[in-house]
Design a protein around this ligand. Structure first.
Ligand code: BMA
Length: 369
C-alpha cells in the first residue's frame, strides 16, 4: 500500500513538473524577481497568443492630450492595450519632456499604472546625436566617439547616469522596482539613425551595446530592465543578426516593419520575416516580439484583420511573438491606431475579439508566478 502510494506520489510530482513553466533567466543575473517573472510570463504568453501594444497609449491620442484614464484604443474597444511603448529621447539631455513633449514625470506615473494593471512597459530611445547635437536622424559619425576610448565618452556616461536614475525611479507601492523592456539603438539595419548601418562598424555597435548594459547593470545597479534587440526590416538570418551583440546581452528579439504590412500583396514577405524571427528566437531561447509596425492613418478599413491578423495567423508557432506594437497616435495625419469614428474602427473591434489577440483584460499580471 505504502509503496503504491509513493509510486503514485512520484508520478504526480513528475507530471506536475512537466507542466510547470520553464523559468527564463534574464541576461542580468541580478534581475529582480518581478523582472524574472516578467520574462518567464512573456515566454508563456507567446505560446498562447499575442498581446497588442500601442506607443504612448495613455499620454495622448488624436486631438487630445493628458486625459485621465483615456486612450484611443480604449475609446474604440473598451479595453487598454496590454503593452504600452514609451520613448525616453531627450532624457539623456536632462530635459523634463521627451522629444514628443511627453513629460518624464507623467511618463513615470503612466508606467506605474500599466505595471499595476499587469501590462508591459517597453521603452525606446530616440537619443540625440551626442556629437553634433542634432536629432537621432542626424547621422554624422558619433558611436566611435562615445565608446570608452572616445573623445565624448564622458558625455555618454552622463547620459547613462540619467537613464539609470530614471529606471531606478520606477517603483511600485511596496517599493519594488517596476520592470521595463528597454529597446535601445533600434532599427540599426537601416541607416537613418546615427547608430545605424553605415554610420558605425558592427564592432563599434556591439561595443556600444555591451558597454551600455554592463554600465547600467554593474556600475549603476539597475536590475529592473530586460533588453530587446530590435532591427528594422531584414531579408535573411545573417542580415537580422548583423549587429547582434550576443546571447549574453539580449533578452528579447524583435524587428520593426512598416513595409511588408502595407497590403496583402506583400503578406508573404511579412510572414517570412516573422518566421525567421521566431526561428532565431526559439533557437536562442529568447522571447520574440514584433516591436513596431502600423499603417499610417490606416486608410484601409479592413487592415487589422485583412492584413495584420491574417499575417499573424499564418506565422508558424514555435512559439510565436509575445506582442505586436503599433506606433503613436500623434495627430490626424500621423496615427497608427483607430479613434472613435475611424474608418478602420469596426475592423479593429473584430481584431480585438480574435481569441489569439490579447488586450489588457485578457492577460494575467505578468509580474508574479
Ligand atoms: C517617429 C515619429 C516622430 C517621433 C518619433 C519618436 O516615428 O512619430 O514624430 O518624434 O517617432 O517618437
Amino acid at each position: 500500500m505504502k509503496i503504491h502510494f509513493l509510486i503514485l506520489l512520484g508520478f504526480l510530482l513528475i507530471v506536475s513538473f512537466l507542466f510547470l513553466p520553464v523559468y527564463a533567466e534574464p541576461i542580468d543575473i541580478r534581475a529582480t524577481i518581478e523582472t524574472r517573472n516578467l520574462l518567464t510570463n512573456l515566454r508563456e504568453i507567446a505560446k498562447k497568443g499575442i498581446m497588442f501594444g500601442h506607443q504612448d497609449a495613455l499620454a495622448y491620442g488624436v486631438n487630445w492630450k493628458n486625459k485621465k484614464g483615456r486612450s484611443d484604443v480604449k475609446s474604440v474597444v473598451g479595453d487598454f492595450p496590454a503593452v504600452v511603448g514609451w520613448d525616453i529621447g531627450h532624457l539623456e539631455l536632462g530635459r523634463e519632456q521627451n522629444l514628443d513633449s511627453v513629460s518624464f514625470k507623467d511618463m513615470r506615473r503612466w508606467i506605474k499604472k500599466v505595471y499595476q494593471s499587469g501590462g508591459v512597459n517597453t521603452i525606446s530611445w530616440h537619443a540625440d546625436n551626442p556629437i553634433s547635437g542634432g536629432s537621432s536622424w542626424e547621422t554624422s559619425p558619433a558611436v566611435v566617439s562615445i565608446l570608452p576610448e572616445g573623445s565624448h565618452h564622458h558625455i555618454y556616461l552622463a547620459w547613462l547616469d540619467r537613464l539609470a536614475g530614471f529606471f531606478l525611479s520606477l517603483k511600485g507601492n511596496r517599493g519594488e522596482y517596476i520592470p521595463v523592456v528597454f529597446r535601445p539603438f533600434h532599427e540599426q539595419t537601416g541607416s537613418w539613425f546615427w547608430w545605424g548601418r553605415g554610420h558605425c562598424t558592427k564592432e563599434q555597435y556591439i561595443q556600444l551595446w555591451q558597454f551600455t548594459i554592463d554600465y547600467l547593470t554593474v556600475v549603476k545597479n539597475v536590475h529592473n530592465v530586460l533588453y530587446a534587440y530590435s532591427t528594422d526590416v531584414f531579408n535573411s538570418r545573417e542580415e537580422y543578426l548583423m549587429f547582434y551583440p550576443g546571447d549574453d546581452y539580449v533578452d528579447i528579439l524583435g524587428f520593426d516593419d512598416y513595409h511588408s504590412i502595407k497590403s496583402i500583396e506583400t503578406l508573404d514577405v511579412f510572414v517570412k520575416r516573422l518566421n525567421m524571427l521566431t526561428s532565431i528566437a526559439s533557437e536562442k531561447e529568447k522571447v520574440a516580439i514584433f516591436s513596431e509596425t502600423g499603417l499610417e492613418t490606416i486608410p484601409d478599413p479592413n487592415w487589422w484583420t485583412g492584413v495584420l491578423l491574417n499575417g499573424l495567423h499564418k506565422m508558424e508557432p514555435k512559439p510565436g511573438i509575445a506582442w505586436v506594437l503599433v506606433w503613436r497616435n500623434a495627430w490626424p495625419s500621423h496615427h497608427y491606431a483607430p479613434y472613435p469614428g475611424h474608418v478602420s474602427g469596426d475592423d479593429f473591434k473584430a481584431f480585438y475579439r480574435d481569441k489569439k489577440i490579447f488586450f489588457l483584460k485578457d492577460i494575467p499580471s505578468l509580474y508574479s508566478k
